[in-house]
Design a protein around this ligand. Sequence first.
Ligand code: NAP
Length: 289
Amino acid sequence: MTEKLNIGWIGLGNMGTPMVKNLVKAGFEVTVYNRSADKSEALSKEIGITVAYSPAELVASSDVIVTMLSDDAAVKQVYEGDNNIFSAKPGKELTMVDMSTVSPETTKYLAGLCAEKGITYLDAPVAGSVKPAEEAQLVIMVGGDEKVYGKVKPMFDVLGKMSVYLGETGKANVAKLSVNLMLGIVTQGLAEAVVFARKNGLSAEQLLPLINASSVGGGLTKMKTENIINQDFKAAFALKLLEKDIRLATENGMDTPVGQSLYTTLKAAKEKGHGDEDMISVLKYLSGE
Ligand code: NAP
């Protein structure tokens, strides 16, 4: 029997929480740290998991430490903030795995710092939202050393329906930003179709089944149909996180017309107060709400 990895987990947001639950269900030893300790303590009560109160506390006992955090600044905090990863000594060969969506620059910077300390690093962002996270159906993109990917793959196998090794450090971040550029464009396209239909007397209830049955319908349009019809904009994937991803794509050379228009829309929707709602609240913004 192969020994299971000891996992330290940082970040219990919408994505991190169901991912940790799946690892525990699969028999992995997981210790969690979250900036707001109430979330880790609540999860500990629910599934009997060990809580750490700083990133440093995870270092000695972990084979792998995963970060699943909002953005570049949050991930850097783990390495540069109080009681950071580098302030403790690894007990064994340690690999850091960042599953957040961040820029390739941040990944290369942090992987470089880790290499100086003998710690290996993978960028491993995911496609799929809360439901795929709950159902262990994420698509995991991986950059870094392929041998290190082999070490961590048993964990990825529990979290997703597939993991794909893409090449050197930062490649997976590029893949993820490409996927989310398309995600944003499709989201805005769906919202625009609903706005246009309503303006001409056709309801979302009438339009969406047609879209879903046609060749332009797909996973995303089906996933958002009920939310649109029920006017439910609670965040599965917050609009401000999609805006962050399109900003990162722009900073990495995205200058194509539809993508630029999407970025303008998302910035304006966030400024209007829709940032903490789901990304489909682009519809609310385009409806003048
Ligand atoms: P979320 O629900 O907003 O959770 C964010 C997590 O980051 C929380 O644990 C939060 O801690 C922590 N955090 C934020 N700023 C921090 C800081 N400065 N220092 C330490 N911790 C900090 O986000 P999510 O939806 O789980 O997304 C996580 C990542 O996955 C993001 O990069 C997102 O783009 C990506 N992603 C999301 C989805 C989705 O559908 N939601 C899908 C694919 C990829 P607190 O609890 O203390 O606030």
